[in-house]
Design a protein around this ligand. Sequence first.
Ligand code: THU
Length: 157
Amino acid sequence: MKTFDVITPIKALDFDELSIQEQNLVEIARDATYRSYAPYSHFRVGAAILLSNGEVVTGANQENAAYPSGTCAERSACFYAHAQYPDARFLKIAIAARGTDGEFVTEPAAPCGACRQALLEYETLAGAPVEILLAGRDKVYRLESVRSTLPLAFDSF
Ligand code: THU
């Protein structure tokens, strides 16, 4: 028998250690949390995707009285981005969240499994790693790719 580890490298940075472009993307994701519709969880998530054509597309979680009919910020952003700009590649995504107290979360919120799988599709289309920035109130986690967040990901067959 052989064993192996699957590693998810994460860099924890202060906000001002990010490049100006990354700082802007995080601020846009934070701003998107104010367009979340979360009357049930009161957990407001925003996502901002930087595309190869220079556009930034945002999304925010949209809940529904029939709970599973709602969607996360990341999927609202990535589906909208590809529906709007099918020829553009995803370069980076920033994700921010505000908790039930309305404040930005201290610990960065990570995308759920379904969002990782959805984002992976667009990373595969891009043919290059899509960097992920998970924004907490004072610190940001930088992950090098979507694939690194989804060990043994399902792929098309
Ligand atoms: N949520 C997101 O928007 N992104 C995630 O990756 C995890 C969870 C949303 C879904 C729901 O509206 C709320 O956060 C609470 O789970």
